[in-house]
Design a protein around this ligand. Structure first.
Ligand code: NAP
Length: 231
């Protein structure tokens, strides 16, 4: 029987690429976008690939997450991958940021991913299942020797910290593997045109990591090549 994944944030970029990659590897994928009507590339993928079905989820709208949970009741997943994220305000400055900016950045990148994972964890296969979060090497405190992207870094560091708390329970109670995944620096709307990696290379590496790490019952911070990233 094919493996089943739920991927959150698949309208474009890495989420769309990962949906395509897992479907090509024979997985059945439930792929969510917050605005399905405008997610044309995702719609086209689902039209070509019967193993991809579409749903909606907006990380900034708690009611949307509850509604998703209700629609998915009874479904069991080998993988829940929360990919969606934003970079935050262009200024990236603690001096200039507003409550609204930092609130949205933290809710979207750190709070809601872990909240949604907690809601869905009873539907992740015990012992062999994986919950993965798309974080960033920029969330590594140890690796930050250059500064820059200060607010985005803080949001991913917060995601990593909240993920560890989530992992303690998820691993302890259900033997689930928890991954904080750095995709590399990738050419997407967020990564920009100067990034060295294309989406296909990053998501192929991530899919390999997912297949290798299933059943490891740990929380690891790894990149798309499976290499450990320092916390
Ligand atoms: N690209 C890189 O170099 C890089 C490096 C490290 C980490 N990452 C991380 O990788 C993930 C994907 O990034 P990307 O490069 O593919 O970026 P992207 O092209 O900007 O795509 C971001 C995705 O997140 C979705 N999203 C944003 N806010 C959302 C919300 N509130 N609810 C639901 N979905 C939401 C977007 O949906 P809409 O289309 O509706 O906006 C889109 O599908 C992010 O978590 C990012 O931080 C990327």
């Amino acid at each position: 029987m094919s493996k089943r994944a739920l991927i959150i944030g698949t309208s474009r970029g890495l989420g769309l690429g990962l949906t395509q990659e897992l479907a090509a590897r024979g997985w059945t994928v439930v792929a969510t976008a917050r605005h399905l009507a405008s997610a044309m590339a995702l719609q086209q993928l689902a039209a070509r690939q019967p193993s991809v079905t579409l749903d909606t989820a907006d990380l900034d709208a708690p009611a949307s997450l509850t509604a998703l949970q209700t629609r998915l009741a009874g479904q069991v997943f080998d993988l829940v991958f929360i990919n969606a994220g934003i970079k935050g305000p262009e200024h990236q400055s603690v001096n200039d940021t507003t409550l609204a900016e930092i609130g949205m950045l933290m809710i979207t990148n750190a709070i809601s991913p872990v909240r949604l994972a907690g809601m869905l964890v009873p539907q992740v296969k015990a012992q062999t299942g994986i919950v993965a979060f798309m974080t960033s090497r920029m969330g590594s405190v140890a690796d930050n020797t250059s500064g820059g992207w200060d607010l985005y870094r803080a949001s991913k560091a917060a995601l990593n910290s909240l993920t560890r708390s989530f992992a303690v329970t998820a691993i302890g109670n259900r033997g689930i593997t928890v991954l904080s995944v750095h995709p590399g620096w990738v050419r997407t709307d967020m990564g920009g045109a100067a990034a060295p990696l294309d989406v296909a290379t990053s998501v192929a590496g991530i899919a390999d990591v997912l297949e290798e790490r299933a059943g490891s019952h740990t929380h690891a911070f790894v990149d798309y090549r499976g290499e450990t990233v320092p916390w």
